[in-house]
Design a protein around this ligand. Structure first.
Ligand SMILES: Nc1ncnc2c1ncn2[C@@H]1O[C@H](COP(=O)(O)OP(=O)(O)OP(=O)(O)O)[C@@H](O)[C@H]1O
Length: 670
């Protein structure tokens, strides 16, 4: 009842009438209150009338060799909901100064360390977070550090760790075992931390990584030989704590929790508890550091139980009305960093955020056209597209891989022959083998161009250079997730752009982001002014060379229809492909059902028009009897979080909000 009212309110607020078919009960998902068990739901999609595609289709126009399309305009453009006018909430985005004018050599560091930073890492001046954190950590303080994505947090702790370890009176031996323990959320981040953070000049200090997906036996052997700076994912470390005799924490001087919010999101609370207890049992005197780009309630609670009298470091600008010390950072010891109230985030100034309201039927073609537009007509474009589940990544990856490269056509004259092969697709998600994940990660890191389709496995902590566009094809389930996804671009002062694709019924999400000081704008409104119907907003994705004549509405419809037909032909070329597309559609609906309660009025399965959504999976009709397991989110059970941390900090475990069951979460996200 409440839900129905909320939905009604939403439509009234946006001035949007529910799509016509929603009134036909048979065409809708009858989503009820989910029960504790997984509940099988049946979709009764009403078959839509679709035009039958012709086989002799021409390619997407390259602007010079336009060919007349002999394709009837399909139902792609009929019965779409109106695109609501987006209100433009006044948002004063929080911004931080990334760099300072201060050089590393101004710090009291070992000369070898400074020369490694300058010559091997090619860095001279410190970032704001480094300028604030390094001296504080060298003083021996515990710290809670928050600064925006891509601002150099990794080195902010690596440098003090290495500086203090090399300066220890009795020289460190490999066989001493760990002096520093660094916990990171994912395997990719652990490798990066290892590669960038601990490229240090003191060869007797041995860093090492433990991570799921690697061979336990070889990790045990390395632990036996000795690792002085131990970088690990929480799950894998707990594995070793339980099963490896040689692991000990007797000499731990540093405990670092990097990407703390992601660690919590992934459901590692229990593992963190086990690790803290194991470390506390063997050593009490150490420095603890917790770092995050977003300060959620969970992170501050984790800080309460793992840090002792911490210095709180937050990099802010004067927009927040702070008296700004040099370098734009604020150092203080209040319960929360000033200006960093939970769920209010800083975003790099050089990051341009866009949102597009695209009717469900047009989603797939819009995404494809956007990729083609960027990769065909703009140089050196490197794009990450985020999806809500592994299944969706797999589906779109294979679909695009088999259909889109051919849409690029022959390279234009003057372009190198390899131009048509420029459209490289890669994918990354948690269901892939570790070896493949690592290979994809490396390939995308080193590549100048390409499109990476992925889940949130790539959203946090990954430093992928030169990413120009972030596309969020499925909206994230929290503002923090939004920030981390877009944070893969515009890193360390570079420029970047992001595009969030929403259905018209999801327009309210823009206001939800605005309430967290996240400002998104609609791109190219001026370019669509000549279009008769506003629901043709996808015109901004029209595939054409930048300086060519703007395509008219009819031409755009034709192009979109051609592209959609290519997808539909591919999907309908065999029974197995149809069922593959249906499974992807099911996965989409399952993921849609897992949005947190506060976002349900915006993202509710009831507002999905199955026939329209089916089209975005290349299906010509809404599938009949689509069984979808609607899953229930676990209720937060405060008592189960951080049970019994045995620590002299006096912190009590409890109260962390848990978004989803770990298993369920990883199903949806990683
Ligand atoms: N002082 C510096 N000068 C130039 N580049 C730097 C400096 N410090 C770090 N970098 C580079 O900036 C990039 C981002 O750093 P890092 O990954 O540590 O950011 P982060 O704040 O941890 O980001 P996220 O929150 O997204 O994980 C890396 O490529 C790193 O090598």
């Amino acid at each position: 009842m409440k839900q129905a009212e909320a939905t009604k309110r939403k439509h009234q607020a946006s001035g949007e009438a529910p799509p016509a078919k929603r009134r036909n009960k048979a065409a809708f998902l009858l989503a009820k209150k989910a029960t504790a068990k997984e509940t099988q739901r049946t979709f009764k999609g009403k078959a839509q009338k679709t035009f039958s595609p012709r086989k002799s289709l021409v390619g997407v126009s390259d602007g010079t060799r336009e060919q007349k399309l002999c394709v009837r305009t399909s139902s792609l453009f009929k019965n779409n909901p109106e695109i609501p006018e987006l209100h433009r909430p006044v948002v004063k985005q929080v911004q931080e100064e990334v760099f300072t004018s201060e050089a590393f050599h101004e710090l009291d560091l070992h000369p070898h360390l400074i020369s490694t930073i300058n010559t091997v890492l090619n860095m001279t001046s410190m970032t704001s977070v480094q300028k604030q954190s390094i001296p504080a950590l060298l003083e021996g303080r515990d710290a809670l550090v928050r600064s925006q994505t891509g601002s150099g947090k990794t080195l902010a702790y690596c440098i003090p760790v290495v500086q203090t370890l090399q300066a220890m009176k009795s020289k460190i031996q490999r066989s001493d075992g760990p002096y520093a323990l660094v916990l990171v959320p994912t395997r990719e981040v652990s490798c990066l931390t290892f590669r960038w953070g601990f490229k240090q000049p003191f060869t007797w200090i041995v860093p090492g990584v433990l991570m799921g997906g690697e061979r336990r036996k070889s990790e045990k052997a390395r632990l036996r030989k000795g690792i002085n700076i131990l970088i690990s994912t929480p799950g894998r470390l707990v594995d070793h704590i339980k099963s490896t005799k040689n692991i000990h924490f007797r000499r731990i001087r540093w405990l670092i929790l990097d990407e703390a919010d992601r660690i919590l999101d992934l459901g590692f609370e229990k593992d963190i508890t086990v690790i803290l207890n194991a470390v506390n049992a063997e050593c009490q005197k150490r420095q603890n550091v917790l770092l995050s780009a977003t300060l959620t309630e969970g992170v501050t609670r984790l800080a309460d139980i793992s840090l002792l009298n911490p210095v709180r470091i937050s990099v802010l600008d004067e927009h927040r009305g702070q008296s700004e010390p040099q370098g734009g950072a604020v150092l203080e010891a209040s319960p929360l960093p000033a200006g960093s109230e939970p769920d209010s985030f800083a975003i790099p100034e050089s990051l341009h955020q866009h949102v597009a309201l695209v009717p469900s039927k047009l989603r797939l073609v819009s995404l494809a056209a956007f990729i083609l537009q960027k990769c065909k007509f703009e140089k050196d474009q490197k794009m990450i597209v985020f999806f809500s589940s592994c299944e969706l990544v797999e589906f779109h990856y294979h679909l695009f891989l088999h259909t889109l490269p051919s849409r690029l056509g022959a390279p234009a004259s003057g372009q190198p022959p390899s131009a048509s092969t420029r459209l490289k697709f890669l994918r990354l998600h948690g269901n892939m083998e570790q070896e493949e994940r690592t290979a994809v990660f490396q390939e995308f890191s080193h590549s100048k161009t390409g499109v990476l389709l992925c889940t949130d496995v790539a959203a946090r902590g990954l430093d992928l250079p030169q990413v120009t566009w972030i596309v969020q094809y499925n909206a994230p389930s929290s503002p923090a997730e939004y920030i981390h996804r877009i944070g893969r671009t515009a890193r360390i002062g570079c420029h970047g752009s992001s595009l969030l694709i929403l259905a018209p019924s999801e327009a309210e999400y823009v206001n939800s982001l605005a309430s967290h000081k996240i400002k998104v704008s609609q791109p190219g409104r001026e370019r669509i002014s000549h279009v008769r119907h506003r629901n043709e907003c996808f015109v901004m994705f029209s595939v054409q060379p930048p300086k060519s004549r703007a395509a008219g509405p009819q031409e755009i419809r034709e192009r979109a229809t051609v592209l959609q037909t290519v997808f539909e032909d591919y999907v309908h070329s065999s029974e197995s492909r149809v069922s593959w597309a249906k499974k992807a559609l099911q996965a989409f609906i399952r993921a849609y059902a897992t949005y947190p309660r506060e976002l349900k009025p915006i993202f509710h399965v009831r507002s999905l028009h199955l026939g329209h959504v089916a089209k975005s999976f290349g299906l010509r009709d809404a599938p009949q009897n689509l069984g979808v397991a609607v899953v229930k989110r676990r209720k937060a059970n405060p008592k189960s979080m951080f049970p019994a941390i045995q620590r002299s900090s006096g912190g009590e475990g409890g109260g962390l909000p848990c978004r989803l069951k770990p298993g369920l979460h990883s199903f949806r996200r990683s």
